[in-house]
Design a protein around this ligand. Sequence first.
Ligand code: PLP
Length: 425
Amino acid sequence: MTHTTIESDSSTAVGTLPSLEELWMPFTANRAFKRAPRMLVAAKDMHYTTADGRQILDGTAGLWCVNAGHCRESITAAIREQAGVMDYAPPFQMGHPLAFELAQQLARMLPKEIDRVFFGNSGSEAVDTALKIALAYWQAKGEPQRVRFIGRARGYHGVGFGGISVGGIEANRRQFAAQTMPAVDHLPHTHDLARNGYTRGMPQHGVHFADALEEILKQRDPSTVAAVILEPVAGSTGVLIPPKGYLNRIREICDRHGILLIFDEVITGFGRLGASFAAEKFGVVPDMLTVAKGITNAAVPMGAVCARQFLYDTVVNSAAPGIELFHGYTYSGHPLAAAAGLATLEIYRSEALFERAASLEKYWEDAVHSLRGLPNVIDLRNIGLVAGIELEARANAVGAPPASAATGAAPDAGRSGRRCCRQHG
Ligand SMILES: Cc1ncc(COP(=O)(O)O)c(C=O)c1O
């Protein structure tokens, strides 16, 4: 086994790392990383400590997931305690109280129409679960021909085969295109730099982008469409904020044709937009809402599909006696994740972090827009505690930066300063 020595800025060796060879890193340029590793060894509140002893600001709140800051005492205590009481319980045909309690607490935080919760371990699993629930619902309802899904260009819905199929990031799909889901169409994205440049909050122009849904439905028999899935604010592809009226119109069109609407709130949930969820912020309630990341403040992996009761009732009540939905994960509602989730929701409530995010929105907006005029900046846009700084791409330059760089801030950004970041995906 080889070892890598980490050196500080002053070229003094301060730590020794294990071999870097065996680990195949996700969404990473492995060769480049292993030539120049960027290693983190500790985290507290808004800062990481690097292996060479530096403190760095966590401008991305992890990957948009550490909404309340790192290593919060009450969350780590809850995980520690639960690990000593019951480390694991099977979620199939058995249960444990914390998972039920978390589902109840979550339902109280969600829009009132949404009150059924199915747990998984990640955003990708939540998305694939939501797509399966949509199919199961239509079968139970006696419309099994409703199998088509409609996603959106520049949408990110994780990396499961369902997620990359409805997702709109070509690079994530290319290698796997031979086996992605066949019955999927994509709406155009809503980014309109020419007309909406430097918008504060929701752009004025672009409600018409929703009409593309009617166009797709003209080509496809609407009675074959199961669901539309969207990120209310696209995160990973550069902070694309919905134009005024756009989400309402999508909802209206779905209602007109009896199509389910799924909001992927893996990033927008838990305060990032200055509200509990984007559904609340924009006043548009979907039929299902996927969450992950901030549900446990990222301390233990967890994801969930949150659904309206009619979906649960239709699938569960119409089934023959026995298992109603042949889907679930070994770690659905894992006791440590449930403990972390309960402690996290308590922090959001007791510290009023969503309200804090809302109170910081104007400050954040002014700070972001003060960057106007800097070299290569071609757009600035913001909502809640999220902002996009779009940079001009360098023509023909190897390794040129992407057209968009995203920034985000945790609802607790006021705790010790503001956050600024680039995002993966
Ligand atoms: C909107 C959205 N959906 C799904 C996912 C996938 O989540 P995970 O990486 O936990 O599978 C992400 C991750 O960034 C996301 O931003």
